[in-house]
Design a protein around this ligand. Structure first.
Ligand code: SAM
Ligand code: SF4
Length: 404
């Protein structure tokens, strides 16, 4: 059995997953409720790090509403990409993401969308023009049966590109079945190649396990990208080694600016490295303008002209990419969030669980929820505004709860 670190230290993963879900009752309260109004969600309550608070019901679905073929947010951006969290739990506890013993209030089992609900949601989203679905978390692979979920999603929407962001700890045994089920690519988090530093960042994670996971993913034919969060000067120091390691395997490394959310909002400002500092270190590379912004996502790519090898840079805080953002997030609890950078959203679970709801109700919930998404997030840079930011609503909601 895989060794488990972080909040479940000392407990096998499947065992821990089921233990952590034991508080769930077998009766699903939401299913038994009468048709619920959609809940528009506002900022979390003070001192509550993990819940979005319902503040107002959304309007009833108009009778003549038909499912649109495009999903467009309030800023006029067409949504083609959805990040869907399958769990808010994780077997690691990275210092910038997760409190040492896990989030205070993980979703209870009955709060998690089940696979039928996720598949239904994906089918409707695909009908509304979504082309790419990324499974994430928490750590998506600590939820049992994810390869089966991937297979079901692939069956109902064969042209939907299915990808995953993972910490890689469980990719070793699962990569082949994920690839066979229809997953096309994985983004693996790899913050350091130094085993000690890796263990410190992840609070006990095994670098060897992750490296084996990456090899298994490559062997299974999955496209692999590597994500490294820049944290402190040590990350800059490791830049050349991480790039060399990735390029030697034909992989693209990507460096991500620390975002001031959850745990990261209480890190010292010296941990925040603006992406410009990474750019300075990569002066031999040039801007790669080949990808249209819709294909590139939030990453800006630099390329080594002679070899065509690339490095991605993602800077949510210092170089926001809101104009070109075409993604939305669905939390493991079934909350739709139009933007990572502010806490408003819509609860889809009551709609999914109402026995009389149909796909038009679900599509309307998505449309109504996104009509509140703002242009431009509220994410100040850690370095400049950490003090004022510390009490901000989104500072309290960590990435593992929103679905990173
Ligand atoms: N557990 C998986 C993993 O680590 O890849 C998937 C979920 S994780 C929340 C998704 C991504 O968010 C990871 O690449 C992680 O490094 C990144 N992340 C988490 N907290 C972050 C923060 N405060 N700033 C920037 N990136 C963060
Ligand atoms: Fe877990 Fe990923 Fe957050 Fe690290 S970044 S604690 S691996 S969810």
């Amino acid at each position: 059995m895989t060794q488990v670190m972080g909040p479940w230290r000392g407990v096998g993963t499947d065992e821990a997953a089921s233990m952590s879900l034991l508080s769930a009752t077998s009766i699903d309260e939401d299913r038994a409720r009468p048709k619920a109004a959609l809940h528009v969600l506002g900022p979390p309550r003070r001192g509550c790090s993990d819940e979005l608070t319902p503040i107002a019901p959304a309007p009833e679905r108009p009778r003549d509403f038909e499912i649109p073929t495009a999903l467009v947010d309030a800023a006029g951006r067409r949504v083609r990409y959805v990040r869907l969290s399958v769990t808010d739990r994780c077997d690691l506890a990275c210092t910038y993401c997760m409190p040492p013993h896990g989030e205070r209030a993980h979703a209870r089992r009955e709060e998690l969308l089940d696979f039928d609900e996720i598949v239904r949601l994906a089918r409707v989203l695909h009908r509304m023009g979504v082309e790419r679905l990324r499974l994430t978390g928490g750590e998506p692979l600590v939820r049992r049966g994810v390869p089966e979920l991937v297979a079901r999603l692939h069956t109902v929407a064969p042209s939907l590109a299915l990808t995953m962001t993972t910490n890689g700890t469980r990719l070793g045994p699962l990569a082949a079945s994920l690839a066979q089920s229809g997953l096309s690519s994985v983004n693996v988090s790899l913050d350091s190649l130094d085993p000690q530093r890796f263990a410190a960042i992840t609070r006990g994670g095994s670098l060897d396990l992750v490296l084996a996971g990456i090899e298994a993913a490559r062997a299974a034919g999955l496209e692999v990208k590597l994500n490294t969060v820049l944290q402190g000067e040590a990350s800059l120091g490791e830049l050349p080694a991480l790039i060399a390691w990735a390029w030697a395997r034909g992989l693209t490394p990507r460096f991500i600016e620390l975002m001031p959310m959850g745990e990261a909002s209480s890190l010292p400002s010296s941990d925040f490295i603006p992406i410009a500092r990474a750019r300075e270190r990569l002066s031999g590379l040039v801007e790669d303008g080949r990808d249209p912004s819709s294909a590139r996502g939030p990453a800006r790519y630099l390329v080594e002209p002679r070899t065509d090898r690339r490095v991605g840079l993602i800077a949510a805080a210092s170089e926001p990419f809101c104009e070109g953002c075409n993604r939305i997030r669905l939390t493991a609890r079934g909350e739709l969030r139009g933007c990572l950078g502010h806490p408003h959203g819509v609860a889809l679970r009551p709609v999914l669980r109402h026995s009389g709801s149909d796909d038009r109700d679900l599509a309307w919930a998505l449309v109504a929820g996104l009509s509140g998404a703002r242009r431009g997030h509220e994410m100040p840079s850690i370095g400049a505004r950490l003090a004022a930011f510390g009490d901000g609503a989104h500072a309290r909601v960590g990435m593992s709860l929103v679905g990173g």
